[in-house]
Design a protein around this ligand. Sequence first.
Ligand code: ZN
Length: 395
Amino acid sequence: MKLAAARLWATNRHPYLASAIFASPTLPAPGVGRLLVDRWWRVHADPEVVAGATVEQIGGELLHLTSHVLRDHASRADEIHLADQDELHHWVDAADAEIADDFAVDLARVSEVIRADDLDCPDGRLAEEYYRTGSVREGRRSDCGSGAHGTVAGWEQPPPDPDDPEADGPGGVSGDQQELIRRNVAAEIARADAAAVAAGLRRWAEQQLAPTIDWRAELAASVRREISAVAGAVDYSYRRPSRRAGSLGAVVLPAMQRPTVEVAVVCDTSASVSEEMLASAVAEVDGLLRAVGTRDVRVLACDDAVRVVRRASRGREVSLIGGGGTDMSVGIAEAMELRPRPGLVVVLTDGYTPWPDEPPPTKVVVGLLQQQTPVPGLAPVEPPAWARTIPIPGP
Ligand SMILES: [Zn+2]
């Protein structure tokens, strides 16, 4: 009863945290002497502690523990590799200080409230910085559960398998669900009155909603993967270990030759594409193709505004596709006419284009330039599933 009331109290105070608070099941944990959250977002509450606390205190604990799992303090602790109990408790203090910054008024809690100044730090920092630079509180040991520091306690059973009908007890929140809830909460924060949300929490929400993919790394990985897939197909026999190698002893077998893969870059140079974005994308593709040793790259421009392409591709020949306009299917078809035929086509476009109905006989990687200002009266077309698409965020 009191736990339910505390949840309502907490969600009334901070409605943008409601989806996270309601996703966390609570479990009785006699003898633990406090409220804790585990890696699966389950709140373990000592019934005796709950009985002796006010609704506001329990509500404050729920807000605090929810903040630990929303801010993913467990995975962040994994990154730090806490070596012993002292480091673990220092991390919990650092994480607590980060959470304290998220609430303008100190939460009423059952456990002690730790702020940045308890660690002799200026506030508004991340837990990692509090951990690195904050002073260690001698002899004071906070614990908020494995949801705060990642180390699963012996009494804390992993949640039952959700697919097991015999499983009893409330399960936790799975990794995918956790991400979904984080994005949900971040979206709620973005919608909330800015004055009602602390600056640090607003920054957190912005980061959650920003594209998390490092498009450069992603694009490089995709291009390399496709090149080695094509190269592997061409050079299959050389990739198998030779069964004769052992018995022939010192005989030198032919060295594996790295087959070259022809690459074509099809650029959307129509007016809707920002020159700046296209230039940086072309330069990126050009650089990474040079890095993997691809020398012969053909650049095709699906319009006549090739200034930028010509500049960025450092003297590479740029072919104009006559009458293609901004139709990437024409650009891809044109690339297929090249001899030798490219094994990989990289398409750079903002997506305001038709796509081929049928997959072309080549690998296709699409760098999707995401425009800050949508084109009036037009909707971008989702690139087809047979292409590997990497969103490239705007500047
Ligand atoms: Zn805590």
